[in-house]
Design a protein around this ligand. Structure first.
Ligand SMILES: [Zn+2]
Ligand SMILES: [Zn+2]
Length: 117
């Protein structure tokens, strides 16, 4: 049995953290930011938007610039100003799926109790 040393424990924790903060296979940018900001908070940068971009965006080049242009200068501001139509719920809703591969557009969420649009 392998011995658990501080070194390989750290590696395992880092891997676990990476898995916990990875965007879902079809998770849209908005739902990912809602989930990450609710869980880990905003540090005043685009740290989560950049994570999503690196993992999912089809054209990563201008994404953060575009978010800033629309008034989102950090992850929580992106949620307030770029994606203001999130339903008033107490916790993150499951993502309905990215509208197009690599697209930064939000999915079409169905707020609970509202049936089909
Ligand atoms: Zn913020
Ligand atoms: Zn979504």
């Amino acid at each position: 049995m392998a011995e658990v040393t501080p070194e390989n424990l750290e590696g395992e924790l880092a891997e676990l953290a990476a898995a916990l903060t990875a965007p879902g296979e079809r998770e849209c940018l908005r739902c990912y930011l809602v989930r990450m900001v609710a869980e880990f908070g905003c540090d005043g940068t685009h740290r989560w938007a950049a994570r999503w971009r690196d993992a999912r965006a089809a054209s990563p080049g201008g994404l953060l610039r575009e978010l800033r242009r629309r008034g989102g200068f950090c992850d929580c501001e992106v949620l307030l100003t770029v994606f203001p139509d999130y339903p008033p719920v107490s916790g993150p809703l499951p993502c309905a799926g990215i509208p197009g591969a690599g697209s930064p557009r939000p999915c079409r969420l169905r707020p609970p109790g509202h049936g089909a649009p």
